[in-house]
Design a protein around this ligand. Structure first.
Ligand code: SAM
Length: 337
């Protein structure tokens, strides 16, 4: 016998998502049905207003991605195929290890067989590049479409992954920024993409967010996502170069997630602030000096613009390359240098 939760059928999908998000769903066990109820096997008693029960949840013997790979690759090759891959909505983006390009379609099909929720598989066809920070993707298997709806922190983002930037690996960072924002703040998101920083601030903090992006396709999806998440009037999408379209003197806080070039736009960020305020500055820094040189550069630029600064938080967001990290500084801007 093991632990389960018993929920009415009409709420089953919502509860299943909550259990998955909380890491509480017991994988590899079959879900049961009793009358108008669905019983999910769980790892621990979740904090949900549903009845917990003890039942025999039969093992499903579901095969993993690795199990399917073993059908056509040797053990060494299976180890080389990374277990982790990006999932955006129901589309997956794989990295194919050098030497296994000839097997990439089979690898993609193995992923589709192992993960039924994934409907299309792509591989990275280039680095993220150009002003719009878009990566070329090569379709390998399943549905050949780039449009997907991704869920993160209770928000939905529609996008075409072949035409806009989006990384599910920034999910925790977006939550961290959300936790720093006070109710009713005004925020400028200088490089907003399809809205994953902007929309939660409006939805959960009632923030007014000016969300700027130069990529017209990203801004079209951003407009759609504003409606999808019911934050009309709070998130204001602005299409264009942030140097041209950013409103001045309005913000308590500015988000600058263009890590390779954010330093070029410090004057725009300062201009957007009411006076003092907070800037979340993202950058790419070498492993051997994550913050010192970066902070020195920002301080110098601020001095030139007649401002002072205090770093409130510094953290690594994620590895960027073997020798570089994507980092963030939360900077409090002061009026004197
Ligand atoms: C790294 S992406 C970040 C998108 C979004 N914040 C996210 O986390 O998904 C950077 C974005 O900045 C936009 N961008 C690049 N240069 C810009 C500029 N000068 N003005 C406004 N947006 C710009 C790109 O189109 C891209 O969508």
């Amino acid at each position: 016998m093991s632990l389960g939760v018993r929920v009415p059928e009409r709420e089953a999908e919502k509860v299943r998502r909550e259990l998955v998000a909380g890491g509480l769903l017991e994988r590899g066990r079959r879900v049961l049905r009793e009358g108008g109820f669905v019983l999910f096997p769980v790892k621990g008693a979740p904090l949900l207003p549903y009845e917990t029960v003890q039942r025999e949840f039969e093992a499903t013997e579901r095969k993993t991605f690795q199990d399917y790979l073993r059908e056509f690759l040797g053990e060494d090759e299976v180890r080389e195929v990374r277990r982790s891959f990006d999932v955006i909505g129901d589309l997956a983006i794989l990295e194919i290890p050098d030497g296994l390009e000839g097997r990439e379609v089979e690898i993609a099909r193995a992923l589709l067989r192992a993960h039924k929720a994934i409907r299309g598989v792509f591989k990275k066809g280039s680095e993220v590049r150009g002003e719009e920070r878009v990566r070329a993707l090569v379709h390998l298997a399943g549905e050949e479409r780039g449009v997907a709806v991704h869920r993160e922190h209770g928000c939905r983002y529609k996008m075409d992954i072949r035409k806009v930037y989006f990384s599910p690996r920034l999910g925790y960072e977006r939550l961290r920024v959300l936790e720093r924002v006070g109710r009713g703040e005004t925020v400028v998101d200088l490089f907003a993409g399809v809205g994953p920083f902007s929309i939660p601030l409006a939805k959960y903090r009632g923030a007014k967010v000016y969300a700027v992006d130069i990529n017209p396709v990203a801004v079209d999806y951003l407009r759609e996502n504003v409606k999808l998440n019911k934050v009309e009037g709070l998130v204001i999408p602005l299409l264009g170069d942030c140097r041209v379209v950013t409103p001045r003197g309005v913000a308590d806080r500015v988000i600058m997630n263009l890590p390779k070039r954010s330093l070029e736009f410090l004057d725009v960020a300062l201009g957007a602030l009411k006076g003092g305020g907070i800037i979340h500055l993202y950058a790419i820094a070498p492993r051997e000096d994550l913050y010192t040189a970066l902070e020195g550069e920002v301080r110098k630029a601020f001095q030139g613009l007649g401002k002072g600064m205090e770093v409130l938080e510094r953290r690594v967001v994620r590895p960027y390359s073997p020798r570089q990290y994507h980092v963030v500084l939360d900077i409090k801007v002061t009026s004197r240098s």
